[in-house]
Design a protein around this ligand. Structure first.
Ligand code: ADP
Ligand code: GLC
Length: 490
């Protein structure tokens, strides 16, 4: 099968969160299964042209307001046969940011930046003489791919190409004033006709959901949650209407990168058969962050975007959050790596200054993320909602027991501790409140101090979980076949 992924993020070239990881590892798994897989990504300014090779002549992309000129560049994907193409269009992507210079402020021309990316996918395929069977869009930035498939490209050489849209996060929909609509290169009849209209505004994701042959989410539980008013971010009605073509397929993790037996970022390797390397990683983590070096005190790690989705108010909120109470009443150490909302970055710095057993690093640091996963004993992930979540899976295979809110992909990957049987792979709470986070952290620490054998057994079980992509990639192939048959029937 010929499959084109279109995405605003692809690891290792451009990543702000799990989206980049998910796209590149799914693409790689599909290519290993024998499919012809290609990816289109913008050439952001921080992706140096020196490392890339130009492939084609000029691409021309027309909207009602602009005429863009672009080039396609390519390079080898690490450890993968996937062909990656970079859309080089200086006025749109020649900046040092994916969505904005900081998470607080997005670029004002994002509607043009990302609709042109989706539109250019067709021009790129034409210039390569390669028409895919599937175009796979990811989140709102590329959700116009299925819209173009059903409008401007309906009766072209793409008439048999099916559109699949994966929702990695329904919390971001790409909602803009209707004044931007002409930038999308579609006639006004499609403002309502293709499902863009959302309370008078343009909603990118909504139009993608209306148009795609099939829609996926990144875990089965999240597929159910988004069809309820609580999890639907205003689109639950539409998602219920499309429920026949909506499935949840759990993400995998890239086991070439996240594997405690081979991880190049960590100072000692280990497996469930020999955990001595984990103790060495814990000692290295304590040393690097300046935490008191002590193998007996449990270390709780966090690696996260510091945004509301991740439950940061319940943990770090100044008067509301439970971190102070955790630090003042439980004998633990806490290691946090994150960046995002300014108030939370400041709170983390303040805790670090005030409590010797708390160390926070503000910033984005791949190596430290690996060291925290390996060196911590527990991993706190109290997300308000979590479409899949990769960090809890990394934690499980690193034998670092997750403490999580029972939601989305967290509910699908973690098995709650059963203290009678001494079984499970982590610790869960049902409602996200500061008290619930505190109580569950307390429960996990109680098990550490009183049931260490249970913790050791849970670690072994956690590390034996198979989260590799091969299984999920099979499910995508079946879904693609279904999407192609739906397209043919249209
Ligand atoms: P989301 O995509 O919603 O942020 P995921 O759990 O799916 O959540 O993926 C987060 C990814 O981003 C993981 O690979 C995680 O290690 C990484 N990550 C998040 N914040 C940081 C950071 N400050 N430094 C390094 N890696 C980070
Ligand atoms: C999004 C979600 C996260 C998911 C990731 C990859 O960023 O927030 O839960 O793991 O996409 O699909």
């Amino acid at each position: 099968m010929k499959i084109l992924f279109v995405s605003s993020e692809v690891t290792p070239f451009a990543k702000s969160g799990g989206l980049g990881d998910a796209v590149s590892s799914l693409a790689t798994a599909l290519s290993r299964a024998g499919h012809d897989v290609r990816i289109l990504l913008p050439r952001y300014y921080f992706i140096s042209k020196n490392t890339l090779r130009r492939t084609n002549g000029l691409l021309e992309i027309e909207t009602a307001r602009e005429h863009y000129h672009a080039f396609l560049y390519t390079t080898a994907m690490p450890n993968s046969q996937v062909k990656i193409y970079f859309l080089d269009c200086e006025p749109l992507y020649g900046r040092n940011g994916i969505y904005g210079y900081s998470s607080a402020q997005e670029f004002p021309d994002n509607p043009a930046r990302f609709s042109v990316l989706s539109k250019a996918a067709f021009a790129a395929c034409r210039s390569l003489g390669w028409i895919p069977d599937i175009m796979h869009a990811n989140d709102w930035p590329t959700s116009l791919v299925p819209v173009y498939l059903n409008t401007t490209e309906k009766n072209t050489e793409f008439s048999d190409t099916a559109g699949v849209l994966t929702i990695h996060n329904l919390g971001y929909q790409g909602i803009y004033s209707r004044d931007h609509f002409p930038e999308l290169g579609l006639g006004w009849e499609y403002f309502y006709g293709a499902g863009f209209e959302y309370y008078g505004n343009v909603n990118f994701l909504k139009a993608g959901i209306v148009s795609a042959e099939c829609i996926t989410t990144v875990s089965p539980t999240y597929a159910r949650e988004i069809q309820t008013p609580n999890g639907g971010f205003g689109l639950d009605g539409l998602l219920r209407q499309r429920s026949r073509d909506l499935v949840g397929i759990l993400n995998g993790i890239d086991v070439d990168i996240w594997n405690p037996a081979a991880d190049p970022y960590i100072p000692a390797h280990y497996s469930y058969k020999d955990m001595s390397g984990k103790a060495a990683c814990k000692a290295a983590l304590q040393k690097e962050l300046g935490l008191p070096s002590d193998p007996n005190v449990p270390v709780i790690g966090m690696v996260t975007r510091l945004v509301e989705q991740k439950g940061i108010s319940e943990v770090f909120g100044r008067t509301y959050g439970c971190m102070r109470k955790i630090l003042e009443t439980i004998h633990v150490q806490v290691a946090v790596l994150g960046s995002g909302d300014a108030w939370a970055e400041e709170a983390i710095m303040n805790y670090s200054a005030q409590y010797p057993q708390f160390k926070g690093v503000v910033g984005y640091n791949e190596r430290l993320a690996h060291l925290i996963e390996a060196g911590a004993d527990f991993f706190l992930m109290p997300s308000r909602y979590e479409p899949c979540g990769l960090n809890q899976m990394y934690s499980l295979v690193y034998g670092t027991l997750p403490i999580v809110h029972r939601t989305g992909g967290l509910a699908d990957t973690v098995v709650n501790y059963n203290q009678e049987l001494g079984e499970g792979t982590g610790f869960m709470f049902d409602d996200l409140t500061p008290q619930a986070v505190y109580d569950t952290v307390g429960w996990a620490m109680w098990a550490w101090y009183n049931k260490l054998q249970h913790i050791q057994n849970m670690r072994v079980r956690a590390m034996q979980q198979d989260f590799s992509w091969a299984r999920s990639a099979d499910e995508y192939v079946r879904l693609y076949e279904h999407a192609i048959s739906l397209r043919k029937a249209r």
